[in-house]
Design a protein around this ligand. Structure first.
Ligand SMILES: [Zn+2]
Length: 197
């Protein structure tokens, strides 16, 4: 168990615990929408106060995460208990639910302030879209068509990602195109996550 507590000027005390303990599957599932909480920064850009929205979670920016990390605090996001609004942090070590907003419960949650135990659906954690790349390869005289699915924030990132995985001309003789796809990949259900705040 990891416990960390920090009180920020004008803000709320935040704490987190993370455990890999297996929990029962019979706990209720609670939808946790993503929200942009008001956040206040010092002149150096470090986060010093927050204005949480009950029952939502807020992803910190890369700059905010970086500033906290340089102070020895590894925080990826903040969340507010849906029952009592107690604020907790999602630690940097949290196994990020990269299921693209699929809606599957992706964190076991326990609030130490009110005792609520549930499974959270952290909505819109992963805002990447699904793209499909259509391309051709050649083996001798034979041309084969392929499709490959990948997640990326935008088309530019999808193209970069595709070419980081494939060699032009030698392997991929023709990239027919990359286009957004409506839908999500089926997430990997093997990961077990638990958040205690
Ligand atoms: Zn609570």
């Amino acid at each position: 168990m990891l416990a960390e507590r920090a009180t920020t000027e004008g803000g709320q005390a935040v704490s987190d615990e993370l455990s890999s303990t297996t929990v029962t599957q019979s706990v209720p599932v609670v939808d946790m929408p993503r929200a942009e909480w008001s956040r206040y920064h010092d002149p150096e850009g470090a986060l010093y106060a927050i204005n949480p929205v009950k029952g939502t979670w807020c992803l910190l920016s890369a700059e905010e995460q970086g500033k906290l990390a340089s102070a020895g605090k590894y925080v990826r996001a903040l969340l507010s208990c849906p029952h009592c609004a107690h604020t907790g942090i999602v630690p940097g070590s949290f196994d990020v639910p990269m299921d693209n907003g699929h809606g599957k419960p992706n964190a076991d949650f326990q609030c130490q302030a009110c005792g609520l135990v549930c499974r959270l659906v952290l909505r819109r954690w992963d805002t990447r879209k699904l793209f499909c790349a259509a391309y051709e390869t050649r083996a001798g005289e034979t041309i084969a068509a392929h499709k490959e699915y990948l997640h990326a924030v935008d088309l530019e990132e999808a193209q970069k990602f595709f070419w980081s995985q494939h060699t032009p001309i030698l392997e991929v003789t023709k990239l027919v195109g990359i286009a957004p796809v409506v839908g999500f990949h089926v997430p990997d259900g093997k990961n077990d996550r638990k958040l205690i705040v």
